[in-house]
Design a protein around this ligand. Structure first.
Ligand SMILES: [Zn+2]
Length: 298
């Protein structure tokens, strides 16, 4: 069985995200450990940790990922923003450590017209400083591939390799590949030949051993559009075949697949539909047919 999950909300409590994942028949999930659109910090209480651990045990879900706040920009040329980003990143890592979440996904950052190389060096320096402060906890940061919108870095595998090469502790860094982002960045995955070329280029430049997570999202925008707009699986510019290649590649067998597709379509909850589509494309039986939210067949 593939490791499959989605990004779930913590609006009703951190542990509720695990319950939601279980209700959908998922064996992995991704969460934010705080509100992702604010700088406001959040301390995790002992009670929250206990509930989280209990939910994880009940659901039998081992593989959990956290995604950092959208505001963090370790490539920022503004000293104040850079400092705030490093501080917030350290807090993200500390929350992961408390919740025993082994991986923290981060967007590399935007250089804001200060130059790509300078931006990438700031990211690596920032990661080194944050990991140094984080001490002995073993949380691994995963740099996410990006669509390259605006001045955001991580559009090419080479950019991520440049940053990783400068991170001192290689056991604390890795990559998360987002299908929508790489496609929007210009890596075609729609045909067997283009998929193989893309994955082999990833392996050559970054190494598949450094890949720890795949975000499965279709793309509203076309190849090389550099626009980050997620679409339901099979309904966007990538189409079903692209996902089939990822899901049936034996080199990626051990990897978790996490959906970050839109939550609704025409007012109807859509996670179950997307999860079922992925299971079908992976050649698996669709094990959950009833939406836990609506109670209806999906
Ligand atoms: Zn993503």
């Amino acid at each position: 069985m593939i490791l499959l999950g989605a990004h779930f909300s913590i609006a009703n409590g951190l542990h509720q995200a695990i319950h939601t994942a279980r209700d959908y028949g998922c064996n992995t999930l991704q969460i934010f450990t705080k509100n992702a659109s604010t700088w406001k910090e959040r301390d995790i209480t002992k009670k929250e940790i206990d509930l989280f651990n209990q939910a994880r045990e009940e659901a039998g879900i081992e593989s959990i990922f956290s995604h950092d706040s959208y505001l963090i920009n370790l490539a920022s040329p503004e000293e104040k923003k850079y400092r705030m980003s490093k501080r917030a990143m350290l807090r993200e890592i500390n929350r992961c450590a408390l919740l025993q979440i082994p991986f923290l996904v981060m967007h590399p950052g935007s250089h804001r017209d200060s130059g790509e190389v300078a931006g990438m060096i700031r990211i690596a320096d920032g990661i080194n400083a944050v990991l140094d402060k984080a001490g002995s906890c073993q949380v691994r940061i995963l740099l996410e591939t990006t669509a390259g919108q605006g001045s955001s870095l991580g559009r090419t595998f080479e950019e991520l390799a440049f940053i990783i090469e400068k991170v001192e502790d290689k056991n604390r860094i890795g990559v998360c590949l987002d299908t929508c982002h790489i496609f929007a960045a210009g890596y075609d995955i729609r045909t067997k030949a283009s998929y193989l070329e893309t994955i082999e280029s990833f392996d050559r430049i970054l190494g598949l051993k450094n890949l720890h997570l795949i975000h499965l999202n279709d793309s509203k925008k076309g190849l090389g559009s550099r626009m980050d707009r997620h679409e339901h699986i099979g309904e966007g510019a990538i189409g079903e075949d692209g996902f089939r290649f990822f899901l049936n590649d034996s080199r990626l067998d051990r990897l978790p697949f996490i959906l970050e597709t839109p939550k609704e379509k025409d007012g109807i909850e859509y996670d179950q539909t997307n999860l079922n589509r992925v299971r079908r494309l992976a050649g698996e039986e669709i094990c959950v047919k009833v939406s836990p939210k609506t109670g209806k067949d999906v």
